[in-house]
Design a protein around this ligand. Sequence first.
Ligand code: OGA
Ligand code: MN
Length: 282
Amino acid sequence: MKTSPLSEGFGIEVTDIDLSAPLDDAAFGALRKAWFDSGVMVVRDQALTPDAQIAFARRFGDLAIHVMDQFLLPGHPEILVLSNRKRPDGTPEGFEDAGRYWHSDISYEERPALGSQLYAVEIPPEGGDTMFQDMVRAWETLPDDLKQRIEGRRALHSYTRNHKKNETQEGGRPAISAAQGARLTDVVHPIVRTVEDTGRKALYVNPGFTWAIEGMDEAEGRALLDALFAHSRDRAFRYVHKWRPGDLLCWDNRTVMHHATMYDPAYIRHMHRTTIRGPRPV
Ligand code: OGA
Ligand code: MN
C-alpha cells in the first residue's frame, strides 16, 4: 500500500491495495489511521462487488440503512445507489440529486455517519466532482467572537426540512412516505464536536441539515448559523475530488462536509455508497 497527499490542505490517496481481498489487521489499522488522520481518502483502482464493499465497510462499524429506501440496492440495503440511470419502466435506479448542497451525511440522525464510502461504478468524462471542506480547520480559524457565541451550544438537524426545500426546486423529489417520515425525528447535536479518534475539535453544523440553535431566538440563531456556514465554505480549506473509474472515496463526516456538483445529464453517473454509523456526537 502506497500513500500520497491528495491536496496541499488535506486528503490522502492510497494505491497498490486490493480491498476485495482479505486485509490483515495491521494493514487495516494503517488504512483506518490514514483515513481518519486525513479526513478524505481515495483508494484507487478498485473492483468491488456490493458484497466486497459492504464487507470492507463493516470492519469500521455498524452500517446505516438510508431512509430513502426506494434507492437502496435490491438485495443489498446497506448500499445506497446514487444514479441518473432509469430502469426500462422509467423509474430511477438511484438517488439522482443527492447531496447537491454542503452537508455531513445523516447528521439528522441520533447516531450520524462516522464515515461514508462512495464507489464509482460509472462516471461522466467530466463534471460530477465532489467538494469537501475541512471542518477542523473551520473551527480552528473561526474568529474568537463566533467561538464565544457558540460555546456549549447545540443545533437542530432535520432531514424533513431539507427534503421540503429540495422538493420545491427544479426536477423536484419524490415525497417522503408515511413510513419514512416516522423514522425522521429532528435531533440536536453539539455545534462543536470532539472527534473520538484524535481528540481534535470540529465545527459540526451544515447548510443542508442544520436549521436552528437550541434555546436561541429563531432569527438570531439563523443569522449565527449563516455566519458559521459562510466561514466554513472558505476555499482555503477546500478539496475538490475529480473522480476516476474504480475510486473508492472515503470521508470522515465528523471532520469534513461535502457537496455534489452537476454534470452533463447525457452521461451516466452511477455510484454505490456504504455508510458507517458513528457514536452520538459529543
Ligand atoms: C453522498 C453524497 C456526493 C456526490 O454520497 O453522500 O453526498 O458527489 N455524494 O455524489
Ligand atoms: Mn452526502
